[in-house]
Design a protein around this ligand. Structure first.
Ligand code: ACO
Length: 237
């Protein structure tokens, strides 16, 4: 599919950070140019989201431009190949993260209430996989958030994701939780200081992430974009 705005004109860097404004850092333009850019970027994000869901065998799409616009706490990193498409550039991968309020059990079945940074969606285009692009994207996200693979939670890790973490970061196993998230066993070493104050047994473990109940739309996004009528409440992560 051809985009009316070349990727290199929308995204300046190799890894580009996007939030609910859908305006990449460094993008300059008037109102008309911003609208056109957002429209093109939205199609591009929606396409990647569908490919990611397909690759993971999910029956619903996790990442769409609309969900990003409605969720002020989510960040999407887009990886660009500036030389693709005869020099007009192409987006070849994406990584979505956000904080979630979670109850997680360690190896001794002790529960902790935490709000870690979570990997919500991660995808590198099929013909670009196993070339180090996922690592590049993930390293950028870790540095940007000053965190490590042992301090984050993964929402519904696929087998490829587990192999990716083992191969690139030495995370050789994950503790899978009932709420569909998974963390490295070392995760709980980082939360030790929180234990005494936060550990308790919740009556009900809240459904979160890919299985979360619908939440109201972000009011701030509506104020900024004036799009209350266009953007409905998101259904999940
Ligand atoms: N089969 C098995 N392992 C794989 C595969 C594959 N097809 N592709 C990547 N990996 C793992 C391997 O450990 C590989 O190392 P190896 O080639 O030495 O065996 C390592 O990842 C390669 O690292 P990168 O090249 O940096 O990773 P890549 O660019 O392939 O990106 C990603 C990794 C994003 C998981 C990619 O494979 C992908 O998009 N997979 C399909 C979608 C998916 O499963 N996403 C993760 C869902 S979980 C979530 O989003 C929370």
């Amino acid at each position: 599919m051809e985009w009316s705005v070349p990727v290199n004109s929308m995204l300046k860097d190799e890894v580009n950070k996007l939030n609910y404004t859908l305006i990449p850092e460094g993008f300059k333009g008037d109102v008309r140019e911003v609208r056109l850019m957002q429209e093109c970027l939205s199609k591009l994000i929606d396409g990647l989201g569908e490919q990611s869901a397909d690759a993971q065998g999910l029956n619903k799409v996790i990442t769409t431009a609309e969900k990003l616009r409605n969720t002020a706490t989510h960040v999407l990193y887009l990886l660009k190949d500036a030389n693709a498409k005869d020099g007009s550039g192409d987006v070849i991968g994406m990584l979505k993260v956000g904080r979630k309020h979670l109850f997680l059990f360690d190896e001794h079945d002790q529960v902790c209430e935490v709000e870690p940074l979570c990997v919500l969606d991660f995808y590198v285009k099929r013909d670009r996989q196993r070339h180090g692009y996922g690592r590049l994207l993930f390293d950028h996200m870790l540095a940007d958030n000053e965190t490590s693979p042992f301090e984050i939670a993964i929402d519904g890790p696929s087998p490829k994701m587990e192999q990716f973490l083992a191969r690139n970061y030495g995370v050789d196993r994950l503790l899978h939780q009932n709420n569909n998230f998974a963390v490295a066993p070392q995760f709980f070493q980082h939360t030790n200081e929180l234990r005494s104050s936060l550990c308790s047994t919740p009556a009900v473990s809240a459904a979160v992430g890919r299985f979360a109940a619908p939440k109201p739309a972000s009011a701030i996004a509506n104020v900024i974009h004036g799009t209350g009528a266009l953007y409905r409440p998101k259904s999940s992560g």
